[in-house]
Design a binder for this molecule. Structure first.
Ligand SMILES: Cc1cc2nc3c(=O)[nH]c(=O)nc-3n(C[C@H](O)[C@H](O)[C@H](O)COP(=O)(O)OP(=O)(O)OC[C@H]3O[C@@H](n4cnc5c(N)ncnc54)[C@H](O)[C@@H]3O)c2cc1C
Length: 420
């Protein structure tokens, strides 16, 4: 994986130089403007507002926001929600405690591991979005939904976000605009993605959860994740590797690849329509530029196979909120923001190691069979691996991101074309 550049991207320097001539020296209306009201954007906004900064969030859709997701919050995500004061706002009827992960092979053989404290949480994205938005408003964040950030311009003393509803000036622009981030591209922080193209699709079913574990059904290079998200609803997310490019994807057809699961769900009515996302692999060459920061999926993503995206998104938001007051005091230069990049990189490296290991096992049947056999013989190993992957890191140590970007990316917030 390519190392991050230690200097500002060329585009960033160009912006700054252009600004010096054009600086209007008017004080910006906000300290921070956030593009994207997903978990990364809202957690960054909350954390920054909790530290006294004036924050506006521009979200192109209307809150609360649904998204293709397995909806399993791993222990670090639960801890991050606690830290920003949002966990208590989650509707109890719209979530379920998760005790751990159970991996289930085609023939039904299973191995499981218990989560470290504080355990996990299955939460529908709509419910999570509702709680985060409520907490953000409580903290004094101004949320502008139905407002897309279409571009930006950096000046010496401020950054101007161009939105569908006019311009907003701030000290810093946080681009938390998701997997296919437009702002990442505009900031020249993206790198081409190399590797298999993997996608995901999800649907909910009305059926009482039969387990307090996230169940992962494995069929070749496909995995189906079952997450309890309420007393009578489970979410099913299927991840797969694209062999032949196709826009026609059918959730039903994919579900049939997992006969044990398909049988269980045969009589359960669908409780949502299918939503797809991908390709998942996104590379970046850095997470900061002058007065500009990437957060969450926008800052790079590998795969959903380990269910850590929300942990990274929330932790990166939290880390950013902690670092921003000082960085702004120092002029929000690349250098001042580099601390955030270091913090998120540390966390991302851990995610990259676990995700790559699991992806390798899923791609090569021999490695897969071998690792399942090892885990069956030494079940404690699974728990130790989770303990390592979900280690408690204070926000100051949290999150990192490496490099990834789409080749022919599709809009991940919308259902894939042809998804039925
Ligand atoms: C199939 C699948 C299953 C997954 N399962 C899990 C799981 O079980 N557990 C887990 O932890 N993670 C999972 N993930 C990952 C997780 O969904 C993401 O990591 C997480 O949503 C990232 O949050 P974010 O805020 O960075 O991005 P998003 O949640 O995508 O939010 C970005 C927001 O920005 C908005 N936006 C985009 N462009 C603009 C713009 N120009 N202006 C204004 N707003 C804009 C979008 O509308 C969106 O609301 C899964 C991902 C996939 C694809």
């Amino acid at each position: 994986m390519k190392a991050r550049s230690a200097v500002c991207p060329a585009s960033c320097r160009a912006f700054v130089m252009a600004d010096t001539r054009r600086d209007l020296s008017a004080p910006p209306g906000y300290d921070v403007v956030v593009a994207g009201g997903g978990p990364a954007g809202l957690s960054a906004a909350i954390a920054a507002a909790m530290r006294g900064l004036r924050v506006a969030v521009c979200e192109r859709r209307t809150l609360p926001i649904d998204k293709a997701c397995g909806e399993g919050l791993m222990p670090p995500a639960v801890r991050a929600l606690d830290e920003i004061g949002a966990r208590g706002l989650i509707d109890r009827k719209g979530c379920a405690r998760l005790d751990g992960v159970r991996l289930i092979e085609q023939r039904g053989r299973a191995v499981q591991g218990i989560f470290p404290e504080p355990g996990g949480l299955g939460v529908r994205r709509l419910v999570l979005s509702e709680a985060l938005a409520r907490r953000a408003r409580e903290a004094g964040v101004e949320i502008r939904d139905g407002c897309a950030v279409t571009g930006y311009r950096t000046e010496k003393r401020r950054i101007i976000a161009e939105t569908s509803h006019g311009r907003i000036a701030a000290e810093v622009l946080v681009a938390a605009d998701g997997l296919q981030s437009r702002l990442r591209k505009l900031a020249s922080l993206e790198l081409p993605a190399r590797g298999p193209r993997r996608f995901g699709i999800r649907r909910h079913f009305r059926i009482p959860p039969w387990s307090r574990f996230v169940e992962v059904y494995i069929a070749g290079r496909m995995e189906a994740y079952v997450t309890p998200v309420a007393a009578d609803i489970v979410g099913v997310a299927i991840l797969w590797e694209e062999v032949v490019p196709s826009d026609r994807v059918s959730f039903e057809r994919m579900l049939r690849k997992f006969p044990i699961l398909a049988d269980r769900l045969a009589a359960a009515p669908a409780a949502s329509r299918s939503r797809g996302a991908g390709p998942m692999l996104q590379r970046v060459r850095g997470a900061v530029a002058h007065r500009f920061v990437l957060a969450g999926d926008a800052a790079g993503y590998i795969d959903a196979i380990t269910g850590e995206g929300l942990s990274l998104a929330l932790a990166s938001g939290l880390a950013l909120g902690n670092i921003l007051p000082r960085a702004i005091e120092q002029g929000a230069t690349c250098r001042a923001l580099r601390e955030y990049e270091r913090v998120v990189s540390r966390r991302f490296r851990r995610y990259a190691i676990s995700t790559r290991a699991v992806l390798t096992a899923s791609r090569y049947p021999l490695v897969h069979r071998g690792s399942m056999a090892v885990l069956r013989s030494f079940p404690r190993l699974f728990e130790l691996a989770m303990k390592w992957a979900f280690a408690d890191e204070s926000p100051a140590n949290a999150v990192s991101r490496q490099s990834f970007i789409p080749a022919g990316a599709r809009d991940h917030d919308e259902p894939l074309v042809g998804v039925r």
